[in-house]
Design a protein around this ligand. Sequence first.
Ligand SMILES: [Zn+2]
Length: 102
Amino acid sequence: MFTAARLAVFVDGCFWHACPDHATQPASNAAWWREKLATNVARDRDTDARLTAQGWEVLRFWEHADMRAAAGLVEDAWRRRRAGLSSSGSPSTRPAPGEPAT
Ligand SMILES: [Zn+2]
Protein backbone atom coordinates (compact mmCIF):
# COMPACT_ATOMS: atom_id res chain seq x y z
CA MET A 1 0.00 0.00 0.00
CA PHE A 2 1.30 3.44 -0.93
CA THR A 3 -0.96 5.62 1.17
CA ALA A 4 0.15 9.02 -0.09
CA ALA A 5 -0.47 8.04 -3.70
CA ARG A 6 -3.54 5.90 -2.88
CA LEU A 7 -2.00 3.03 -4.74
CA ALA A 8 -2.78 -0.49 -3.59
CA VAL A 9 -0.58 -3.34 -4.80
CA PHE A 10 -1.46 -7.00 -4.41
CA VAL A 11 0.44 -10.11 -5.42
CA ASP A 12 -2.09 -12.90 -5.80
CA GLY A 13 -1.11 -16.52 -5.35
CA CYS A 14 -1.92 -18.61 -8.41
CA PHE A 15 -3.70 -21.27 -6.40
CA TRP A 16 -5.53 -19.16 -3.84
CA HIS A 17 -6.73 -16.55 -6.30
CA ALA A 18 -7.51 -18.92 -9.19
CA CYS A 19 -4.95 -17.78 -11.72
CA PRO A 20 -6.16 -18.57 -15.27
CA ASP A 21 -2.81 -20.21 -16.11
CA HIS A 22 -2.11 -22.26 -13.01
CA ALA A 23 -5.35 -22.69 -11.12
CA THR A 24 -5.87 -26.26 -10.03
CA GLN A 25 -8.84 -27.85 -8.38
CA PRO A 26 -7.89 -30.28 -5.64
CA ALA A 27 -9.46 -33.66 -6.24
CA SER A 28 -10.41 -34.31 -2.65
CA ASN A 29 -13.16 -32.18 -1.16
CA ALA A 30 -13.63 -30.73 -4.63
CA ALA A 31 -16.91 -28.98 -3.82
CA TRP A 32 -15.48 -27.37 -0.69
CA TRP A 33 -12.43 -26.12 -2.56
CA ARG A 34 -14.48 -24.79 -5.44
CA GLU A 35 -16.55 -22.81 -2.96
CA LYS A 36 -13.48 -21.67 -1.02
CA LEU A 37 -11.57 -20.43 -4.09
CA ALA A 38 -14.66 -18.78 -5.57
CA THR A 39 -15.07 -16.92 -2.29
CA ASN A 40 -11.47 -15.72 -2.45
CA VAL A 41 -11.92 -14.40 -5.98
CA ALA A 42 -15.19 -12.69 -5.07
CA ARG A 43 -13.48 -11.04 -2.11
CA ASP A 44 -10.68 -9.82 -4.40
CA ARG A 45 -13.20 -8.15 -6.68
CA ASP A 46 -15.00 -6.67 -3.68
CA THR A 47 -11.72 -5.29 -2.31
CA ASP A 48 -10.91 -3.78 -5.71
CA ALA A 49 -14.34 -2.14 -5.89
CA ARG A 50 -14.10 -0.67 -2.40
CA LEU A 51 -10.64 0.76 -2.95
CA THR A 52 -11.52 2.15 -6.36
CA ALA A 53 -14.63 3.79 -4.90
CA GLN A 54 -12.39 5.52 -2.36
CA GLY A 55 -10.11 6.89 -5.07
CA TRP A 56 -7.41 4.23 -4.87
CA GLU A 57 -5.75 2.66 -7.87
CA VAL A 58 -5.47 -1.11 -7.54
CA LEU A 59 -2.62 -3.03 -9.14
CA ARG A 60 -2.70 -6.82 -9.00
CA PHE A 61 0.00 -9.18 -10.08
CA TRP A 62 0.01 -12.95 -10.18
CA GLU A 63 2.71 -14.65 -8.19
CA HIS A 64 4.00 -16.16 -11.46
CA ALA A 65 4.56 -12.69 -12.94
CA ASP A 66 8.01 -11.23 -13.49
CA MET A 67 8.42 -9.27 -10.28
CA ARG A 68 11.01 -6.92 -11.74
CA ALA A 69 8.55 -5.93 -14.47
CA ALA A 70 5.84 -5.65 -11.84
CA ALA A 71 8.00 -3.37 -9.71
CA GLY A 72 8.53 -1.14 -12.73
CA LEU A 73 4.79 -0.90 -13.30
CA VAL A 74 4.23 -0.08 -9.65
CA GLU A 75 6.84 2.65 -9.79
CA ASP A 76 5.28 4.13 -12.95
CA ALA A 77 1.84 4.11 -11.39
CA TRP A 78 3.19 5.60 -8.17
CA ARG A 79 4.89 8.48 -10.00
CA ARG A 80 1.79 9.09 -12.11
CA ARG A 81 -0.44 9.06 -9.04
CA ARG A 82 1.82 11.35 -7.07
CA ALA A 83 1.98 13.82 -9.95
CA GLY A 84 -1.79 13.78 -10.38
CA LEU A 85 -2.58 14.04 -6.70
CA SER A 86 -0.13 16.82 -5.88
CA SER A 87 -1.38 19.07 -8.69
CA SER A 88 -4.93 18.83 -7.35
CA GLY A 89 -3.68 19.00 -3.76
CA SER A 90 -6.31 19.54 -1.14
CA PRO A 91 -5.36 21.77 1.81
CA SER A 92 -6.04 19.00 4.30
CA THR A 93 -3.37 16.68 2.91
CA ARG A 94 -0.12 16.47 4.79
CA PRO A 95 3.01 14.54 3.92
CA ALA A 96 3.06 10.96 5.06
CA PRO A 97 5.99 9.84 7.22
CA GLY A 98 9.05 9.10 5.14
CA GLU A 99 7.94 11.22 2.24
CA PRO A 100 10.42 13.65 0.71
CA ALA A 101 9.80 17.11 2.16
CA THR A 102 9.68 18.81 -1.24
ZN1 LIG B 1 -0.19 -18.39 -12.26
